[in-house]
Design a protein around this ligand. Structure first.
Ligand SMILES: [Zn+2]
Length: 152
């Protein structure tokens, strides 16, 4: 049986959860076209990128075909590094233009998209009370200072 069932956000899917260190049931949070990019673990409620339960061998074949055949599918970035493609996956097709400009005086929360003058676009993956956030940028994760969360 191949799983050609069409998935959509809100559906349940099995995925590997790093927190549970196991394959658990997840709810799809974000999709790009027909690809699941973000899921939430139904066991520990952690939000993370979708990690398939098993790696298909087909993927390797498809990738080499893509390289020789139709380069530039996403605008010529066929030579992006592993870190970059992981980063892109993390963003899950979110609009970089929606990023909030980073400033120490601002407060951020997990899953916020920030635009840092030096590091570029990043995603807040963790907030570290009282006044720090961990942000994953293209070049890796950084801990930044931010204003303490203000309760409105
Ligand atoms: Zn989990």
């Amino acid at each position: 049986m191949t799983s050609n069932k069409k998935l959509s956000a809100g559906d349940d899917i099995d995925a590997r959860c790093l927190k549970c260190k196991d394959v658990t049931n997840h709810t799809i949070v974000a999709m790009v076209e027909e690809r699941v990019v973000k899921v939430q673990c139904n066991v520990c409620r952690a939000l993370h990128n979708f990690r398939p339960v098993q790696v298909e061998k087909k993927a390797t074949v498809r990738r080499s075909a893509e390289r020789s055949g139709q380069a530039g599918r996403t605008g010529g970035s066929s030579r992006e590094s592993k870190a970059e493609s992981r980063f892109r996956e993390l963003l899950g097709g979110r609009d970089p233009l929606a990023a909030v400009r980073y400033a120490m005086t601002r407060s951020f929360q997990t899953d916020d998209l920030v635009n840092h003058p030096d590091f570029g676009i990043g995603l807040v993956t963790r907030s570290i009370p009282p006044n720090k956030i961990e942000v994953v940028f293209k070049e890796g994760a950084k801990v930044l200072i931010c204003a303490p969360r203000v309760k409105k």
